[in-house]
Design a protein around this ligand. Structure first.
Ligand SMILES: [Zn+2]
Length: 251
């Protein structure tokens, strides 16, 4: 059982990247250690960055972006889906080095100030093994440029009708989802499965039924045309039907 757990943990720590065409935009996803950073190509020299990985991966992420033809200077906005170390830890690096404005949900501002997580609710064995390390993992958060209380349009950075940000308070109280074209970036509202294309419950979630209600709301009200969902872990994209199956399934 322990060997199996270690195998699963190591399978998730590989560094990789994927390119997904998500009409009408191309999404390049870099996976470092445990977390996805998504780069949405809005136009040739205009990119949206969603999550920044951990602080100790920031320099290699910077190099990987350049190696894949994405100049960090082209990133117009960095949206943090939430304030955990593996999503927000690298944000200060990109903000300071490239003056990229950073967006965070109002409920997670305190996580950037305190530089670590609030108490976590593990949903399975892997999370129970990782809980202490994830809770205590410290980082220096960025000073956010934009704090989201309700929905936020991306018009001022990318032009009319490109996308919007909305609050999905489940994994953390300030968690955000980002809708761009037919894609929805969900952070840790749910995650991809390690070995299949399914959606599944994130490692940490205090109110799983509450998270599923928010997913249903995205599917039916807030992003009814969404076809692809990009989670913070695994994926890198999950088809709508898989998300519908997950949201309908037992808690
Ligand atoms: Zn998280």
């Amino acid at each position: 059982m322990i060997l199996l757990a270690l195998g699963v943990l190591c399978a998730s720590c590989a560094s990789s990247f994927d390119v997904t065409v998500s009409n009408p935009f191309e999404v390049t996803t870099f996976r470092k250690s445990y977390a996805n950073t998504h780069l949405v190509k809005i136009s040739e020299d205009k990119y949206l960055m969603i999550d920044a990985g951990s602080a100790d991966n920031a320099e290699t992420l910077d190099a990987d972006l350049r190696n894949h033809g994405i100049k960090p200077e082209w990133i117009r906005l960095l949206i943090l889906t939430h304030g955990h170390w593996d999503h927000a830890g690298g944000a200060a690096y990109f903000q300071e080095r490239y003056k990229i404005p950073v967006v965070i949900g109002s409920g997670d501002q305190n996580l950037l100030v305190q530089g670590h997580s609030d108490p976590l609710c593990p949903t399975g064995m892997i999370a129970r093994l990782r809980q202490s390390g994830d809770f205590h993992r410290a980082f220096t958060g960025p000073k956010p440029d934009v704090v989201v209380n309700q929905d936020l349009s991306l018009d001022q950075w990318f032009g009319p009708g490109i996308g919007r940000v909305m609050s999905v308070p489940a994994h953390t109280t300030g968690s955000l989802a980002v809708i761009v074209g037919n894609a929805v970036f969900v952070g840790d509202l749910f995650r991809g499965a390690m070995l299949t294309t399914e959606a599944t419950t994130h490692f940490y979630m205090c109110d799983v039924p509450g998270a599923k209600r928010l997913i249903q709301e995205l599917l039916t009200v807030k992003a009814p045309a969404a076809e692809l969902f990009f989670p913070g872990h695994f994926g890198p994209s999950i088809a709508r039907r898989e998300v519908e199956d997950y949201a309908r399934g037992p808690h």
